[in-house]
Design a protein around this ligand. Structure first.
Ligand SMILES: NC(=O)c1ccc[n+]([C@@H]2O[C@H](COP(=O)([O-])OP(=O)(O)OC[C@H]3O[C@@H](n4cnc5c(N)ncnc54)[C@H](OP(=O)(O)O)[C@@H]3O)[C@@H](O)[C@H]2O)c1
Length: 174
């Protein structure tokens, strides 16, 4: 059971440029070390669900988290991950993992393809709004203010290894 006794929440975690861009050429369009720390803290101990392309952009599985990677390729597998052939299978596996670990949420960590498919069923969004508009080829779906309301906001000035200032905003459903 999760700590609260409720089923785990479905949370999208993303860093989004002022123009909606989240990715470029298979990677991130900025250097933002402070956000990597924030990402680690927000996702630690939770199952993380991601698309194959996002997984391949990482140096390897994220430590301390069950990595569930979605691919339609029946041969896709990698050490240290759980491969799922459908998004529903991935979310089912994540729910089971969260219940076993006592985690209160499942973190859906991208990329664009996955966010687009999952946002309609999400309970919350944890968005790092990066205050630059980089060139890129992947975007986050629009955050509809008729659906989502800001529940918390933290402003961050850039640290020595950050390309820009950023705000971390948690959205919940109205
Ligand atoms: N800024 C951020 O917060 C952030 C976060 C994550 C990623 N990114 C960036 O986003 C980009 C990657 O995003 P992307 O949209 O190209 O790819 P993606 O969402 O990471 O992965 C797409 C792949 O996932 C699999 N997939 C998608 N839907 C599926 C479904 N319903 N059932 C089974 N498999 C499914 C397919 O894999 P197969 O082709 O193997 O079938 C598909 O090609 C990169 O640039 C990355 O750096 C940014």
């Amino acid at each position: 059971m999760s700590g609260s006794g409720r089923p785990p929440a479905l949370t999208l975690v993303a860093a989004v440029g002022a123009n909606g861009v989240i990715g470029s050429d298979g990677g991130l369009p900025w250097r933002l070390k402070s956000d990597m720390k924030h990402f680690r803290a927000v996702t630690m101990g939770k199952p993380v669900v991601m698309g194959r392309k996002t997984y391949l952009s990482l140096p390897g599985p994220l430590k301390g988290r069950t990595n569930i990677v979605v691919s339609r390729d029946p041969d896709f597998t990698a050490p240290g991950i759980l491969a799922a052939r459908t998004l529903n299978a991935a979310l089912d596996a994540a729910r089971g993992d969260a219940l076993r670990r006592g985690a209160d949420a499942i973190a859906v960590i991208g990329g664009a393809d996955i966010y687009q498919q999952v946002i309609a069923g999400a309970d919350s969004l944890v968005i790092t709004h990066v205050q630059i508009s980089p060139k890129g080829d992947r975007t986050f779906p629009p955050i509809d203010s008729a659906v989502w309301i800001e529940a918390a906001r933290e402003e961050h000035q850039p640290g020595p290894d950050d390309d820009a200032s950023f705000s971390v905003v948690t959205y919940t459903r109205r």
